[in-house]
Design a protein around this ligand. Structure first.
Ligand code: F6P
Length: 359
């Protein structure tokens, strides 16, 4: 048996831990061969880019950030972009991918990805490729799993940043705004904001008004607090307003978000007497060594993916449904995003503690 493994979409801490677990379980437990696909689905176009994975070359990578296989979030073979005579055209290259999978002798493909890559995996499955999905994204926005690997590390990194911002904000009596990733979901902002004791947390799921944000900051000042910390998810938006988008695809999909932190900080300066500063944490949330929780989760996901192959349960995504790792059909895994419930327990706990969501 020869299986292929690839990482698609944005990287996340723990990718290498999955690759290692898939490789070691496949080799030690089942005696299979493992082919690593380089640069996500792009490695399955012609010429193919692959490397044989062994227990030897996957040694020492459990705690290493990034992915030894490389990845891209712009390599969709069903809508492959090429430039011809200076003009961008979009082509369906899925038949090339199918032919190359056959040529490489891959009997199954393990796709480690977020919603975008898992959708591509599902598309290939429908064309007859046996696919197993592994849920990855720091955004934690996949409905069919309790948590994606990479998320806890991102929350740790963001919380660490908040701890540091508190001290400098206090020294200078400033309001410091921290913009965090998460795309359309506010999980990183909500959990890091709560763990890092933010005073205001703005998330996509709860549109905010600047009046409410300013009111909270002034109230804190009156109560004797010299400084405040405002966490802004990159996808947050004002009531009746829009998310801050840096780059859009032709179909309107937001390829890159960013700028809401700057907007909120300048509005705070306008609405209050506070001096403000902004920190955009950006890709620091994606890099670095996975925390122990993510190492363990990623290892369990990788091993479970191999078990699904052994049971010939293709078209499934491994899923953490505490306390066990089980699986769900890929199709259902990608059908809905998991968003923060504006009336959910976490939000209510935060509001009970006096945190403002700007509503
Ligand atoms: O989906 C993960 C993520 O880090 C999002 O939180 C963020 O919006 C996006 O990817 C950034 O992508 P890129 O690496 O292309 O800037």
């Amino acid at each position: 048996m020869r299986i292929g493994v690839l990482s698609g979409g944005g990287d996340a801490p723990g990718l290498n831990a999955v690759i290692r677990a898939v490789t070691k379980t496949a080799i030690f437990k089942y005696g299979w061969e493992v082919t690593g696909i380089i640069d996500g689905f792009e490695g399955l176009l012609t010429p193919t880019k692959t490397r044989q994975l062994t227990s030897w070359n996957t040694r020492g990578i459990l705690f290493v950030g990034g992915t030894i296989l490389g990845t891209t979030n712009r390599g969709n073979p069903f809508a492959h972009k090429i430039v011809v005579n200076g003009k961008e055209i979009v082509e369906d290259m899925s038949s090339v991918v199918l032919a190359n999978i056959q040529e490489l002798g891959l009997e199954c493909l393990v796709v480690i990805g977020g919603d975008g890559s898992l959708k591509i995996g599902d598309g290939l499955m429908k064309l007859g490729v046996p696919v197993i999905g592994v849920p990855k994204t720091i955004d934690n926005d996949l409905m069919a799993t309790h948590v994606t690997f990479g998320f806890r590390t991102a929350v740790e990194t963001a919380t660490d940043a908040l701890d540091k911002l508190h001290t400098t904000a206090e020294s200078h009596q400033r309001v410091i705004v921290l913009e965090l990733m998460g795309r359309y979901a506010g999980w990183i902002a909500l959990e890091a904001g709560m763990a890092g004791s933010a005073d205001v947390i703005l998330i996509p799921e709860i549109p905010f008004t600047m009046e409410k944000v300013a009111e909270k900051l002034e109230e804190r000042k009156k109560g004797g607090s010299k400084s405040s910390i405002v966490v802004v998810a990159e996808g947050a938006k004002p009531v009746g307003g829009h998310m801050a988008v840096i780059e859009k695809a032709a179909d309107g999909y937001a390829l890159r978000l960013g700028g809401m932190g700057e907007f909120v900080a300048s509005e705070i300066a306008k609405h209050t007497s506070f001096e403000t500063r902004v920190t955009v944490l950006g890709h620091l949330q994606r890099g670095g060594s996975p925390c122990p929780y993510d190492r363990l989760l990623a290892t369990r996901y990788g091993a479970a993916a191999v078990e699904l192959i052994a049971q010939k349960k293709f078209g499934q995504m491994v899923s953490y449904q505490p306390p066990v790792i089980s699986s769900v059909p890929l199709e259902s895994a990608i059908s809905n995003l998991k968003l923060v419930d504006p009336e959910g327990e976490l939000v209510k706990v935060a509001e009970g503690l006096g945190v403002s969501f700007g509503r």
